[in-house]
Each structure stands twice: as structure tokens, then as C-alpha cells.
Ligand binder design. Structure first.
Ligand SMILES: Cc1ncc(COP(=O)(O)O)c(C=O)c1O
Length: 372
């Protein structure tokens, strides 16, 4: 019995995927099986058949992404990495019985998805001072967990997790848990992906997205890559028509050689902009640390109590306050924008008054928003 089969709850094992009209398919002359309109009504001059449901699984996209990742393992297109997280938790955990492991501070959606389904969360915090994995703690927690979420590069800290530590965890959890490596930001250090390890570790699942380096956050496209023994269970839960035709078309263009070349070129530019921004601000004496980043953001730690988030907001610059994270008080996460924006923000930061004693009121809406 595969690990995935061991972990999947009985109800998931028995589940027969919803038999949508597209999934059942068939051949014929008149298609009257899905309660659609038979001819286009609105947008008649549009080439795409908007009156028809899309494919139940966009296979051409899955194949294109497989080529992009240079893997022989199957890929499953989903509506963003967030849907990947949700599907994984729903496929492999039972409410009130199972648990997942996370390594805080990390992307908040792992915990949110689990807790929304009454699934326990075991936290094995990343270790100071460089947010490294506590391998022994994770391996120990994995014995009681169905899923271990590792985010590499990690949001909000920005660093890659150590590859040998990930391998050590994969080795020691093979009988217990699926290890999900969230590579949402991997294009910013593509050589560090662990996708090729899926060939050796049936307990490894990789999550990807087109929302970051590909610049397609509005399209809502992510991927799950894993061995078929794992992916087959997840595919059971996928909604009948997951991806709108309009998104599928954009995704296919993005994954063309032209699209990929553009992404690579832009990524290099963005990395140079990030370095210039870090060089501009790192010397300020109220900045304790700009953490190394393998992403399109940087985490800045100020001296205790310095209200960087609020001061930037006063000047119309919206960043992400990390005050809610126990080990990240006095940290602000700043996304790297265009060269012009980062020049401007760099100048604003350099001109902030040193050692402020007064603090400005928080903007609650922005301060408490915790996802992306
Ligand atoms: C680490 C990480 N994983 C997943 C996501 C969700 O990405 P998507 O837009 O593909 O749902 C984000 C979004 O910020 C993220 O930071």
C-alpha cells in the first residue's frame, strides 16, 4: 500500500469523482449533455466557445508545465497554490482526527486551511538567527502528522530552506507523512527547486504558482507535482470545471518558449532591483537586518519599536507589517516593485527620522490582513 493510500481517509478512497459531462466525454454530432446553450449568445465574434464548459482537466497545460519543470512526474493544474493547499488538506486529513506540521513563521494559509477543517496544527518553529529547519523536531512531529508543509523560499522570511535538511526530513518521514514543499517563489532561485527529488521520494509533493515570477496573479493558476500514487487521490476532489478557458489560454501562452524567456529576463531585472534597494537601505543605523532573500520581497528588521510600517503608510507606501508574528516583531516585509518604485521607496526610507520615540496609529485593515 502506498503512503498516500495509507493516509487518505476511507471516505476519500471510496469517493467516485463527480462525473461531469466533459469528464464522461464521448463522440457525437449534437452535444446536448451539459445543459449549456448550444450556440453562442453573447460575445458571438469571440473565437472561444464561451457557451460551452471548459475541459474538466486542462491536459495541455499540465503537459506544458511538466516540460517547463523538466520532470517526468505528472502535474495537476489548480486555481492557484492556495487551492493546492486546500486540496491537499482535504484529501489527506480527517477533521477532528489528523494534524499537519508547519514551521513558523510561514505562509498563513497552511494553518488557516487546517483549522477551518478542525485539523490540528503542530508548529516546529524555524530556528534563530537564520530561520533554519529544526529537522529533528519536524521528523518527530511528522510521526503524528499526515502533511508537513515546508515553504522554500519561505514567506515571509525570504530564505530557501536548506536542501540537505529537506532531504533528511524526506528520508525520515517516508513511512509517516507527505512532505509538501511550497515553491511559490522558486523562479527567483530556480536552480534550487526540489522537483527532481520527486523521482526518489514518493512522499514529496511540490506546489508551484504562476502568481509570482510569471506575474499572473489574476489568472489564478498553480500546480501540484507529485508521483501518480499521490496525485490520483487529489484529482478526485478537483471541482468539475476547474479552469476557465480564458485563463487556460493565457497560461498556455505564458508557458510557451517566448513566455518563459520573458519571465527569465524580467526575473533577472527584478533581482538587480532588489540588490540595489538592499544596498540603498542596509547601512541605516536603525535597520538591524535586511534578511537574505531568494524571492521578490525582503524582510527588514528595525531596531525595537521603530514604526517603519506606519511611517511608510503615511507616505502612501503599503508594505506588510509582521508585528503579529511572535519572532518577527519589528519586521516589515517589502515587495520588490519596479526600479522606479524601489528608488522612490529607498529614498523615503533613507530620509526617515532616526530613532523615533512617537508611534503613529496602526492601519487595522492592512495590519491584520494575513494571506498573500
Ligand atoms: C508561499 C506561498 N504559497 C502560496 C501562495 C498562494 O499563491 P496563489 O496566488 O497561487 O494562490 C502564496 C501567496 O502569496 C505564497 O506566498
Amino acid at each position: 500500500m502506498s503512503l498516500a493510500e495509507k493516509l487518505a481517509p476511507e471516505n476519500i478512497k471510496k469517493l467516485i469523482p463527480y462525473q461531469s459531462a466533459r469528464r464522461i466525454g464521448g463522440t457525437g454530432r449534437l452535444w446536448l449533455n451539459a445543459n449549456e446553450l448550444e450556440t453562442p449568445l453573447l460575445f458571438q465574434d469571440n473565437q472561444s466557445a464561451l457557451h460551452r464548459y471548459p475541459d474538466f482537466l486542462p491536459n495541455d497545460i499540465a503537459v506544458a508545465y511538466q516540460a517547463y519543470c523538466e520532470t517526468s512526474q505528472p502535474t495537476l493544474a489548480v486555481r492557484g497554490a492556495d487551492e493546492a493547499i486546500d486540496l491537499l488538506v482535504r484529501t489527506f486529513c480527517q477533521p477532528g482526527k489528523d494534524s499537519i506540521t508547519i514551521c513558523s513563521p510561514t505562509y498563513a494559509m497552511y494553518q488557516f486551511c487546517a483549522e477551518s477543517m478542525a485539523i490540528d496544527v503542530i508548529d516546529c518553529p524555524l530556528q534563530a538567527p537564520d530561520f533554519s529547519l529544526d529537522v529533528d523536531a519536524v521528523v518527530c512531529a511528522a510521526k503524528r502528522s499526515n502533511l508537513v508543509f515546508l515553504c522554500s523560499p519561505n514567506n515571509p522570511t525570504g530564505q530557501l530552506l536548506d536542501r540537505d535538511s529537506i532531504i533528511a526530513i524526506l528520508e525520515q518521514t517516508q513511512q509517516h507523512a507527505l512532505v509538501v514543499v511550497d515553491e511559490a517563489y522558486i523562479e527567483f532561485e530556480l536552480g534550487q527547486s526540489v522537483v527532481e527529488l520527486i523521482d526518489h521520494y514518493p512522499n514529496l509533493v511540490v506546489i508551484r504558482t504562476l502568481s509570482k515570477a510569471f506575474g499572473l496573479a489574476a489568472v489564478r493558476c498553480g500546480f501540484i507535482i507529485a508521483q501518480p500514487s499521490v496525485l490520483d487521490f487529489i484529482a478526485k476532489l478537483i471541482p468539475p470545471y476547474p479552469m476557465p478557458d480564458s485563463s487556460a489560454e493565457i497560461v498556455l501562452n505564458a508557458l510557451s518558449p517566448n513566455g518563459i524567456a520573458k519571465v527569465r529576463e524580467h526575473t533577472q531585472k527584478l533581482l538587480a532591483t532588489k540588490q540595489a534597494f538592499v544596498d540603498q537601505i542596509a547601512h541605516l543605523d536603525w535597520i538591524e537586518r535586511v534578511y537574505p532573500s531568494a524571492t521578490n520581497f525582503v524582510l527588514v528588521r528595525t531596531e525595537p519599536g521603530f514604526p517603519l510600517f506606519e511611517l511608510l503608510l503615511e507616505q502612501g507606501v503599503v508594505t506588510r507589517n509582521q508585528a503579529h508574528e511572535p519572532n518577527l516583531a519589528d519586521c516589515v516585509r517589502i515587495t520588490i516593485g519596479s526600479e522606479a518604485s524601489m528608488n522612490e521607496v529607498g529614498k523615503i526610507i533613507c530620509n526617515l527620522p532616526n530613532r523615533l520615540t512617537t508611534s503613529t496609529p496602526h492601519n487595522k485593515d492592512i495590519d491584520h490582513e494575513q494571506t498573500a
